[in-house]
Design a protein around this ligand. Sequence first.
Ligand SMILES: Cc1cc2nc3c(=O)[nH]c(=O)nc-3n(C[C@H](O)[C@H](O)[C@H](O)COP(=O)(O)OP(=O)(O)OC[C@H]3O[C@@H](n4cnc5c(N)ncnc54)[C@H](O)[C@@H]3O)c2cc1C
Ligand code: FES
Length: 265
Amino acid sequence: MNRQIAKVLWNRSITPVVFRLGLSCQTGYSHTVPGQFVMVRPVDQLLPLLGRPFSIYSLIKKNGQISGVELLIKVIGTGTDRLAKLKEGASVALLGPLGNGFDIHPDDGRHFLVAGGIGVAPLVFLAEKMIAKGVSTRQCEIFIGGRSSADLLGIDQFNTLNLPVHLVTEDGRTGEKGLVTSRVEQIIKIRRPDRVYACGPWAMLAVLADIVEKHRIQCQVSIETMMGCGMGACLSCVVHTRDPSTPYRHACTDGPVMDTRLIRF
Ligand SMILES: Cc1cc2nc3c(=O)[nH]c(=O)nc-3n(C[C@H](O)[C@H](O)[C@H](O)COP(=O)(O)OP(=O)(O)OC[C@H]3O[C@@H](n4cnc5c(N)ncnc54)[C@H](O)[C@@H]3O)c2cc1C
Ligand code: FES
């Protein structure tokens, strides 16, 4: 983990409220794993006072070396709105890589990756890493859910990796109509995975946790809590656990990836 001033390499709009932000970084990212995150804030603006956490969407490479990180960001409030307006060459304070990552088990027979909306951000990197570790594209299925078509992100990237993608929208305009978790359960009953990896809104993860518990499948989720420091100092990211010996854990340092059996949803 390190703190540095990074330059915006690009800021590409994907939808009216989602953009890809490429940031240069000098050092410290060579051992980054999917699921880890960074804290980012513009340096020449008063607001936001604190950095905001974002999953690492991809690593930028130059001459075989990691030269930056790319983030996939949805505008939610002040911090993300300010980042959305940054131009190429602007400076940001970058802290990372932070947290743990997904624990990949390449020997498992079947893997499901489940994304809710912007929760797709760490899962493209995860899918790439799984394939690099020898997981075949036939062993991996992707589920992407959102309220409407505009919330379905990362489809092209998964298609490029030749991974089968299930699309689910609540309004039914794209893919299946309903909740992504219902689709996951339908497919679990046909092709039971050994492990599920997911990222998305808390409510989606809570439903998914019930489903995997019912079917006795292991599941790791990346949780998106509020975060003040990203380093275990401010307690803003506390997660209530089922472990009586440590009933509260930090999403920033004990996570953001946790086993669903640990979390008290
Ligand atoms: C480990 C981690 C990884 C993340 N990765 C990504 C990512 O890759 N891409 C991305 O777009 N976002 C990601 N997020 C969420 C992102 O950090 C927040 O959307 C961002 O901090 C909002 O900042 P803001 O200043 O725009 O909004 P604020 O002005 O701080 O908040 C606006 C409103 O949104 C609510 N809010 C803010 N953050 C959250 C949250 N995490 N959950 C629920 N409600 C919230 C606030 O309570 C407030 O009502 C991640 C969060 C975590 C913890
Ligand atoms: S974000 Fe400050 S303790 Fe986790």
